[in-house]
Ligand binder design. Sequence first.
Ligand SMILES: [Zn+2]
Length: 149
Amino acid sequence: MDTITKEQRSRNMAAIHSVNTIPEIYLRKLLFSKGYRYSINFKKLPGHPDIYLRKYNTAVFIHGCFWHRHEGCKYSSTPKSKVEYWNKKFEMNINRDRVVKEELKNANVKCLVIWECSIKKMRKNPEFCSEILSVITEFFKSQNLYMEL
Ligand SMILES: [Zn+2]
């Protein structure tokens, strides 16, 4: 820990807990334009979902591929220095995500995780975007409790 300055640490924490990021705003606007209504940064549920759709009892999380360790994703690289520090941090994030997922499941709240790289692709590719939108719509209406895109 002592190899990381205070400033770096607070910047890291800000990156993990940041709200109103570009991918979040993009997805919110998209859902809103399709007629979905929701709460944002919903503090009454575990993990404070980025988006919560009461009507569909669904919590939506937009996961940064780097911080949340998207497996096999090109944005999920591991820094070459301070390896121990990063691994510890990543492990904490992964564990927290696991706990949140479990808590939502126990509370019978549907959970949708959308990786940042999917959002990136949606923004670039309108066809992919409408494909993802229909998958999301299906999920909202389904009995499934968990989906990752
Ligand atoms: Zn990714």
